[in-house]
Design a binder for this molecule. Structure first.
Ligand SMILES: [Zn+2]
Length: 359
């Protein structure tokens, strides 16, 4: 499948339905999307959602609806603002309807457990309830601590494959820098797509293909350097999330680090379950955010502002870290027009049980 003129075109074997125009979307404003937002519909079927979005009473919409069989229906041109995100913000940006392409996956959402059976939200309300087949029940904690539901309706393999293929086609046509769940841009208010959807794996697969960063190579120096100092070097034993705080619900600081990545351990939290770590990251940054300093032999400069973003390449196709702090020191590796490629040590948190001490 591919995107041409803001429309999805199916290739042979792709289940792409004819375009059906949604009723409610911004017909005046043209947008240049750089994000994809993943949703579930909380509905009973993809065709019901398509009918809902096209009905004259609709007030919401999304660019795509992905049905249970993996078939995809586009309902809004990709350069038009659909109404799927609502009040939303992430990484310093807000108003995701203007920034993003919305993908609604047909799925009932969270399930309620009553007397050992699991029910969709609408069945739970009925006098005579029909339970969800156990083969469709997914049990898992939500990434947002504020969301306490534990039971979710499974997505079909066809849906997961279709969403992945769709995201890849979108990323080829647009400069997409982030793929986020509705739950991440409106935590508390929203919990879709929920833990039954493999969002982290999707991001890993899609963005890993664009990544030009090999952090391990850069850390070889760091390890030998730390042998001469008192810093403790650790090594990630699995693919490890790098977080802003000592909690599995704390926002991610960057994309996960690969197994085998070296980090510095600088502290621990009270529970001793989390290490406060330093993680070396390279990426591209706008020159305007940095102050060069040639007086320090160790570093080439420091960041002037808190809002600088670090990108994976000089086309700024993927944001690596969105909350670099003013004062962060760095080395300049390369430069191009308005961008510097820098190597900076970023402070954050990672789960201690997945880190072995090396030095
Ligand atoms: Zn949603």
């Amino acid at each position: 499948m591919e995107i041409k003129n803001n429309r999805l075109i199916g290739g042979s074997g792709d289940k792409v339905n004819p375009f059906v125009e949604a009723h409610a979307y911004d017909k005046k404003k043209v947008i240049t999307p750089d994000a994809i937002i993943i949703h579930y519909t909380a509905g009973a079927s993809g065709s019901a959602t398509v009918n809902l979005f096209k009905s004259a009473s609709a007030t919401t919409s999304a660019h795509f609806v992905v049905s249970e069989d993996g078939s995809i229906t586009q309902m809004v041109d990709l350069n038009r603002r659909a109404y799927h995100a609502g009040t939303s913000s992430y990484g310093g940006r807000s108003g995701y309807n203007s920034l993003s392409i919305g993908i609604e996956i047909s799925n009932p959402g969270y399930l309620q457990k009553i007397d050992g059976q699991y029910y969709t939200w609408w069945e739970a309300k009925k006098e005579k309830k029909t339970p969800t087949p156990l083969s469709k029940v997914f049990t898992g904690k939500h990434r947002n601590a504020v969301t306490t539901m534990t039971y979710w309706y499974k997505y079909t393999d066809e849906q997961i494959a279709a969403v992945k293929a769709l995201c890849k086609a979108i990323c080829k046509a647009y400069n997409i820098i982030e793929i986020l769940g509705h739950e991440e841009i409106a935590p508390g208010r929203k919990c879709d797509p929920g833990p039954a959807f493999p969002l982290d794996a999707l991001r890993d697969e899609i963005f890993a293909q664009n990544s030009t960063v090999n952090i391990n190579d850069l850390f070889q120096n760091a390890v030998s350097k730390s042998a001469a100092s008192s810093l403790v070097v650790g090594k990630a034993t699995v693919k490890l999330n790098f977080r802003q705080g000592p909690s599995s619900s704390a926002p991610l600081k960057s994309s996960p680090m690969a197994a085998g990545t070296y980090i510095y351990i600088i502290g621990q939290d009270d529970s001793k379950e989390w290490y406060n770590i330093l993680h070396e990251i390279t990426g591209w940054i706008d020159k305007e955010f940095i102050e060069q300093d040639n007086t320090d032999s160790e570093y080439d400069g420091e960041l002037k502002t808190d809002n600088a973003m670090l990108y994976s390449d000089c086309k700024k196709s993927r944001r690596l870290v969105s909350d670099l702090k003013a004062g962060t020191k760095f080395n300049i590796i390369e430069q191009q027009e308005n961008l510097f490629r820098i190597k900076a040590v970023v402070e954050g948190w990672a789960c201690a049980k997945y880190i072995t001490k090396e030095v």
